[in-house]
Design a protein around this ligand. Sequence first.
Ligand code: COA
Length: 237
Amino acid sequence: MPGMDTSTLSHDADAAPAEKPSVASGESTSRNLALVPIREIGSRYRPQILWHLLQLEPADRYLRFGYNATDEQIRHYVEGLDFERDQFFGIFNRKLELIAMAHLAHPRDTTEPGYTEFGASVSQHARGRGYGTLLFERAALHTINRGVDTLYIQSLSENAAMLHIAQKAGAQIERAGAESEAYLRLPEANFRTRLDQFLADHVGHVDYWLKSEASTLRDVLTSNRSDDAPAKADERN
Ligand SMILES: CC(C)(COP(=O)(O)OP(=O)(O)OC[C@H]1O[C@@H](n2cnc3c(N)ncnc32)[C@H](O)[C@@H]1OP(=O)(O)O)[C@@H](O)C(=O)NCCC(=O)NCCS
């Protein structure tokens, strides 16, 4: 496919830092988005989403949800996710564990002025590699292509990393005590934004498929090795 760097398809999300992009720079996002495959995930990923959120430390749960979410509250939240209206994106490691995710809550009616709300979390060990920024860029791209002109973030004012990502992208931050709101005004969709989304989606799907094939192969090899073990022991006896 023109413009697609296939050498990035087997990116190991556990291993390498991502190139740090900037929405505000006005650069094309397609190359950055292809560097770390991000996959849109549907309702069958509810268990992985639950697993990912449950492994967040208490302080991160506080930043993500705005309160000290218990396991039970997180379970309830995940059960209630609306996969029809909203979109979810994930970054998976080689073991197909969900190590970063974003939730885009879209307005119910796109003919009315409204905004898409962004929420994200990155597993502790994978922070600082640009995944949060990339998820934000991907969210902006999908929001543009949906015809929504604003990406909105509600965040605790102490959440310096999240507010930094939003500000870096050109969002306007409104601080009101312990809470802050960020508004990123978006341009209209065009051929380029649709193509960027198409490429990014494709890369995410191919990467996931490759990882899942590799994982199946590893399982087969492991089970063959353990099947062989008694036979080898018999040969020795
Ligand atoms: C917010 C979060 C998603 C960021 O994920 P991440 O993958 O570490 O983000 P990135 O690596 O893309 O970028 C982090 C940026 O914040 C900056 N940053 C991190 N901590 C910071 C701090 N205390 N003060 C200022 N900037 C900070 C980093 O330097 C980096 O900026 P740079 O790209 O310009 O160098 C992650 O920290 C997280 O999951 N937090 C817990 C849940 C949460 O707060 N979710 C957001 C609420 S919606």
